[in-house]
Design a protein around this ligand. Sequence first.
Ligand code: PXL
Length: 267
Amino acid sequence: MLSKRILTMQDLSCVGQCSLTVALPILSARGVETCVLPTAVLSNHTMFKSWTYRDLAPEMDDIFAKWEENGINFDGFYLGYLGKTSLMPVAKQCFKKFATPNAMVIIDPAFGDNGKLYGGFDAEYVAAMKDLLKEADVILPNLTEACYLTGENYREEYDLGYIEDIIKKLREDTGANVIMTGVEHGGKIGEAIYDGSGFKYVFAKKLPVRYHGTGDIFASVFTADYINGASYEKACEAAGKFVADCIRRTDDGHFYGVNFESVLCGK
Ligand code: PXL
């Protein structure tokens, strides 16, 4: 049986266990043919104290021309950290040119966490991302991103009413189904899922530590399982369990990512 072919569009951080260096191995290991469109090359991700950034937007026209010549298309698109506002129209063009008839678009806005934007992002990027999210079937924001996208105040203490109001607003604004990650409730952590009908929740035990890059790992597992036919809940359960396993296998001192490789190879 042929695998689904997906295009993942995000940066290539040479060091950092995030974006393409986690999406590619995880999607492949879960049985998805994974094609990549690197939006930028960074020496390392932006949680280190300094980094280089090479924008690859100028390459896109040439890449797209060859894909058109070679009759290439994709059953799905998974977008994460894009890096620059100029990549948003490129992404739209890409969906238009290379989607198979029922191709799905999954977007993790990937621009912030803990109430703040990642280095290098601003209000213009958030607005352009919000516009791009209108093209998505499913979006995977965390609370920080959902607050920036809707203009709501970010809170560390909240109830599920606060979460549901933000999610409903985001769905109204974008038309996409929303899966908010990192939702905390009653000492647990998980996802709030909203497809315009009722809310569903997937919660698991909250671990006492937080690591960088877990959002990208969650989104990669979710995307692989969802494109392979799992429901939103099942894909969230699998992704949440995978992330928790990665965290359990990571040493405290490893600040820049998690040990997903040991989970992937089952050791
Ligand atoms: O994990 C999200 C991410 C992806 N890519 C780059 C980043 C970050 C978060 O900081 O810096 C380059």
